[in-house]
Design a protein around this ligand. Structure first.
Ligand SMILES: [Zn+2]
Length: 483
């Protein structure tokens, strides 16, 4: 078995391209390097190897690389990684099963569908008899070209994506069963004509996930996936789709994918995110007893936003909120200045607002440095740690603010507590994240409020400035696009 991974969730509206340095910062592992470590790519490769050892197959890991979501990948960087994987595949001898851990929304400056391009080239090398399986993030542009090029595509079902290992096991089982000639994976895709945001921790999406799992237990059904789509990637195929894989039954796959797709479509109005304005969110937070978590949904680095928008912090300062904390503003310059000033120093500091128009204005504040940590990190999804680099805790008018040097969204309370910030006495805890914060913060929150902040991943899907997505017949731009 041959395995590789290449992941970039591309926000085509982000203000910068993604080059080699972004991958170096996040992680590039070659060959056996991926078998040590605890990131999601490590864990996935380690799991596939364990299963291979159990079943007596050899296991050849190639390149596993990912970068924090941002703008389109520089074409030469994409081609370099692609050729590295293909070269390993050619030199490794014939592979009967190839498993790929991809994102599904990777766009380079010369290609809108990097996953289909990569898998198509893998197919040219391994031939039609080999089995190619692909695991994707649900925030993908699930194209017919990719589904056609692979034997099986399986998406994570949960958002937050805490189920990537369960899906990796399913992909392994399905692809090895096909290699043994026991099943004939047959796929059908249904276009829901929707662009949306679908946290699976709340209804109605939680029940849909349970329903997908129920349908998977029906006779002849091998897998059900819902591609949420990635609204901030402008491609011809941006949007939500349902993928059903059956055992050789094309009409069953087509019927089920349409049936499930129409059920989701019928719930489209309920599924549309309706977040309060920043002002309304803060007013609600102040009125609610207990600790309230306010999510800065639009400046989420996990969706390719810079993470240095100051709008929410400014609104908190303007409102004069106390007993509040906010993480994390990505500002390596301000973090470095504060680290040099030292703990206890009070200084006039310019923070945020540097990366582009979506970052808003920088904020000039009087800050007191409370803590400095050279290599701060936080719990990530699963057991992985998420690095935040040189980070500082500054206090600004009674608000504890975390500045970081390695761009990331906030996953876990230790983004604060790891610097010494006590959350127990807080009224408002603001986090730059859309949904992946939920697992870590919901247990400590009396209430979670997702606010309609300003930033590079606006949730007003009807007005996103699509150019490549030329078919604009989608909900919520059109009320009933399937009519
Ligand atoms: Zn995702």
């Amino acid at each position: 078995m041959f395995a590789a991974g290449l992941q970039l969730e591309t926000n085509t509206f982000a203000p910068w391209p993604t080059g080699a340095r972004a991958f170096e910062e996040a992680g590039i592992r070659r060959g056996d390097e991926v078998l040590e470590g605890s990131g999601s790519d490590h864990k996935t490769a380690q799991l596939w190897r364990e299963l291979c050892v159990r079943d007596g197959h050899d296991f050849t890991p190639s390149l596993f690389a990912w970068a924090q979501p941002s703008g389109p990948m520089v074409q030469s960087v994409y081609e370099g990684f692609r050729e590295e994987i293909l070269s390993d595949l050619r030199s490794g001898g014939p592979a009967d099963v190839v498993l790929l851990f991809l994102h599904g929304a990777m766009v380079s400056s010369g290609c809108d569908d990097c996953e289909a391009d990569l898998v198509g080239r893998v197919r040219e090398i391994v031939g039609p008899a080999a089995v190619i399986g692909v695991e994707l993030d649900p925030h993908c542009h699930l194209t017919q070209a990719l589904v056609d090029a692979a034997d099986a595509v399986i998406l994570m079902k949960h958002y937050p994506h805490d189920d990537y290992l369960e899906r990796a096991v399913e992909l392994y089982s399905l692809c090895t069963a096909k290699a043994r000639g026991e099943v004939r994976p047959t796929s059908a895709l249904f276009d829901c004509r929707m662009v949306g945001f679908y946290p699976t921790t709340q209804e109605p999406m939680a029940s849909f996930v349970a329903r997908f799992e129920m349908i998977e237990r029906e006779s002849g059904v091998l897998s059900v996936s819902f591609a949420h789509g990635f609204p901030w990637g402008d491609t011809p195929d941006t949007g939500s789709r349902v993928l059903v894989i059956t055992d050789g039954d094309r009409s069953l796959a087509a019927r089920l994918s349409q049936q499930i797709g129409l059920e989701i479509y019928a719930a489209r109005d309920e599924l549309l995110p309706r977040f309060p304005s920043v002002e309304a969110a803060l007013a609600e937070a102040v009125e609610t007893p207990g600790l309230v978590v306010v999510a800065d949904t639009a400046d989420n680095a996990g969706g390719g936003a810079p993470g240095d928008n100051t709008g929410l912090l400014k609104a908190m300062l303007d409102r004069g909120v106390r007993a509040a904390a906010l993480a994390a503003i990505w500002d390596p310059i301000a973090a470095s200045v504060c680290a040099d000033a030292g703990v206890g120093a009070t200084l006039r500091l310019r923070i945020g607002g540097k990366s582009g128009a979506s970052s808003g204005e920088p904020l000039d504040v009087d800050a007191t440095v409370r803590a400095v940590r050279e290599a701060h990190d936080q719990g990530g999804l699963g057991t992985a740690r998420s690095p935040m680099g040189l980070s500082v805790w500054i206090e600004v008018a009674g608000i504890d603010v975390v500045l970081i040097s390695t761009r990331t969204q906030v996953f876990s309370p230790d983004a604060f507590t790891g610097l010494g910030i006590d959350l127990q006495d807080k009224k408002i805890v603001a986090v730059k994240s859309s949904q992946h914060f939920y697992g870590g913060f919901a247990p400590i929150a009396a209430k979670v409020i997702r606010a309609a902040t300003s930033g590079a991943i606006q949730m007003d899907f009807a007005t996103l400035p699509y150019v490549k997505k030329s078919d604009l017949n989608f909900y919520p731009r059109v009320a009933d696009p399937l009519a």
